[in-house]
Design a protein around this ligand. Structure first.
Ligand SMILES: [Zn+2]
Length: 166
């Protein structure tokens, strides 16, 4: 890892073992009584985690951490996609991004894309409610199309910045 101004450049394996990314500050277990249902997305907090199950009739109402992040516009992951390859394969890339999100979100209710924004130079900036989803989408692009993939994070922060370029 190269450290410069606390921004750390890391490889995929290092990111996978990063303790900073274990504990989402938005996901505090302390005050939440089970079961709780999110009025925004209908995820249910049950047995210590948010999941896609039917909302129990006695559920408390609580905004889930993913909806809270969307409301606060406070992403936990960021992916920038750039390069000529993107302009010629925009549809395939978009499908791969959404397919990866769907697959991850099914198992992990808090892993979601917040926003996809196209810059004037054609590159895509994608924000996520979860840093691991940013990594997973980056890895999916890299394993499908090769190119350059890299990760940056700020020490002590639950936030991952990913770049993929081809
Ligand atoms: Zn929610």
């Amino acid at each position: 890892m190269n450290t410069q101004n606390n921004i750390v450049h890391a490889s995929g394996d290092q990111i996978r073992n990063l303790r900073e990314l274990d504990h989402d500050p938005y996901h505090s277990h302390k005050k939440l009584e089970e079961p709780a249902g999110c009025p925004q997305c209908n995820a249910v907090y049950h047995q210590g985690r948010w999941q896609w199950i039917d909302t129990p009739s006695k559920a408390h109402q609580a905004l889930c951490p993913a909806c809270q992040r969307i409301k606060d516009q406070c992403p936990a992951g960021f992916l920038k996609i750039s390069g000529d390859f993107l302009s010629h394969h925009a549809d395939e890339i978009s499908q791969l991004i959404h397919h990866t999100e769907d697959r991850e979100k099914r198992e992990h209710a808090l892993k979601r894309i917040m926003d996809i924004h196209e810059e004037t130079d054609g590159s895509l900036n994608i924000t996520f409610t979860d840093p691991h989803l940013a990594r997973n989408v980056g890895e999916a692009l890299h394993s499908a199309y090769q190119g350059d993939l890299d990760y940056h994070y700020q020490k002590g922060e639950y936030f991952l910045r990913v770049r993929w370029c081809r």
